[in-house]
Design a protein around this ligand. Structure first.
Ligand SMILES: [Zn+2]
Length: 243
């Protein structure tokens, strides 16, 4: 075979991406942005699906949610899920002044830590609107990771001041239920097809309980179809970096 320089580069690329695929961890990171529209019935049904499918998930909760449904976080913790912050009142962060950022970022962490005697490590920005300045604030308030960015944009903040766990996107489609179903208006059939046929081993899917629980059967089946280890964000970082 006579290869020119480009053929050789392509071959090396294929070789290395195959190695990355073979040696990367086969994990599925399921997360939920848990906000005020979520009610108790939806949450209890969701928790039972997670338990049935042996899924440990990460819940990014607002303090608004915690106040509305005070019994829910203890239940989540009892089932081995991770609690992370999604701010106090779901404010838009990039243009927030210093005191609002302190309230939303530091306040959320402090309230949850004191209330449940846990350490909060993760953060996801409302509407996923994040900028470099907010990432530095997360570092300052002692968060371990941010999970606001989609994989298609993951190099935007490189080098990021804080570890980033991106959410998977399928080409330009973010695999987030709200954006896929309610903003992009994908049909639910198409959306679940994307979820079920995502080709990479590293998968991070994010949902909103009040959106995904409109399709409980399809959602449960999707989790059953995946034989990957379904672990929390922090468990993933611990196995990957020993954090
Ligand atoms: Zn949100």
């Amino acid at each position: 075979m006579n290869l020119n320089k480009y053929g050789l580069i392509l071959l090396l690329f294929l070789f290395f991406s195959t190695c990355v695929y073979i040696f990367s961890q086969d994990v599925l990171l399921i997360s939920f942005d848990t906000e005020s529209p979520d009610n108790e019935t939806v949450m209890l049904e969701l928790l039972s699906i997670l338990e049935k499918t042996n899924t440990k998930a990460t819940f990014f909760v607002t303090i608004e949610f915690q106040k509305n449904l005070p019994n829910m976080i203890p239940l989540m913790l009892e089932q081995g899920h991770e609690i992370s912050c999604h701010t106090q009142n779901h404010s838009i962060l990039p243009f927030a002044n210093k005191s609002l950022k302190e309230y939303e970022l530091q306040g959320c962490k402090q309230i949850l830590e004191e209330q449940y005697n846990i350490t909060i490590k993760g953060f996801r920005a409302p509407y996923r609107m994040i900028n470099l300045n907010t990432l530095f604030s997360l570092k300052k308030y002692d968060y371990t990771y941010d999970a606001s960015v989609f994989s298609i944009f993951r190099n935007m903040f490189f080098p990021s001041p804080i570890t980033e766990i991106s959410t998977s996107s399928y080409l330009i489609f973010p695999l987030d239920d709200y954006l896929s179903l309610e903003v992009f208006h994908l049909s639910p059939e198409f959306y679940f097809k994307l979820l079920n046929n995502y080709p990479f081993k590293y998968k991070s899917y994010s949902f909103h309980p009040h959106v995904i629980m409109q399709y409980p059967l399809e959602f449960e089946q999707t989790l059953i179809n995946k034989d990957s280890n379904k672990i929390t964000h922090i468990a993933y970082l611990e196995t990957k970096y020993g954090r």
